[in-house]
Design a binder for this molecule. Structure first.
Ligand SMILES: [Zn+2]
Length: 211
């Protein structure tokens, strides 16, 4: 799948077991690829300031490197999702390799943080026809998005354009807690919160958004 701000309806219908939009008409904020010291600390501070909760799709490698950041995410009441152990594209892995990438992450969070992961997002948003059954087999719900902000390009103007044009009351928004977006992540979150406020939309509790 090519990157798109908002994936087409046909794709959403074909992969109907995936979550593309929030289910309670509030916005779900998600952060992919962390945790990283450069970005996660900033995100946590801004979310706290605005009393907002989010879902972090962490990568296993980073979870191993920065266990304290993972604990901080959990302690502040945010959710952690599964973005695989090594951030490899499912389209380039066999079924068994994919299962291993996902299950190793589940084990890691259970053993190191006593945390039960419920949600999954495929690296690079790329998936195959067997991904729905694979994710189900791992006991997870696959969460895609309806607004990709392109924050990883590091250009705040692009984020603003994307948010102005595509933010809806039930958007699942993707941001990144990565080095690439660190410089603009604070402003990116604020642009979303301001735009939501202006349009009369609310940011939801992640668990409620995904019921
Ligand atoms: Zn990713």
């Amino acid at each position: 799948m090519k990157y798109l701000y908002n994936p087409p309806a046909i794709l959403k219908r074909t992969f109907g077991s995936f979550k593309w939009n929030s289910s309670n008409a509030t916005i779900l904020l998600t952060f992919d690829d962390g945790p990283t010291p450069e970005s996660t600390e900033i995100i946590l501070r801004v979310l706290k300031e605005y009393k907002t909760k989010a879902l972090f799709f962490c990568v296993g490698n980073n979870v191993r490197k920065y266990p304290d950041l993972v604990e901080e995410i959990i302690n502040q009441g945010h959710l952690i999702g599964n973005h695989t152990l090594n951030h490899k594209q499912l389209t380039q892995l066999t079924y068994t390799e994919s299962i291993n990438e996902i299950n190793s992450y589940i084990q890691l969070l259970k053993e190191q943080h006593k945390y039960d992961v419920k949600y999954f997002r495929p690296p690079h948003g790329k998936f195959k026809i067997n991904t729905p059954s694979l994710v189900k087999k791992c006991g997870l719900t696959n969460v895609m998005w309806s607004l990709l902000t392109y924050d990883f390009k590091g250009d705040i103007k692009e984020v603003k354009l994307a948010v102005d044009k595509y933010l809806q009351m039930d958007s699942i928004v993707v941001l990144h807690d990565s080095v690439k977006s660190a410089k603009i992540i604070e402003d990116s979150i604020k642009i979303i919160l301001e735009s939501a406020n202006k349009k009369g939309f609310e940011i939801g509790e992640p668990e409620e958004c995904l019921r």
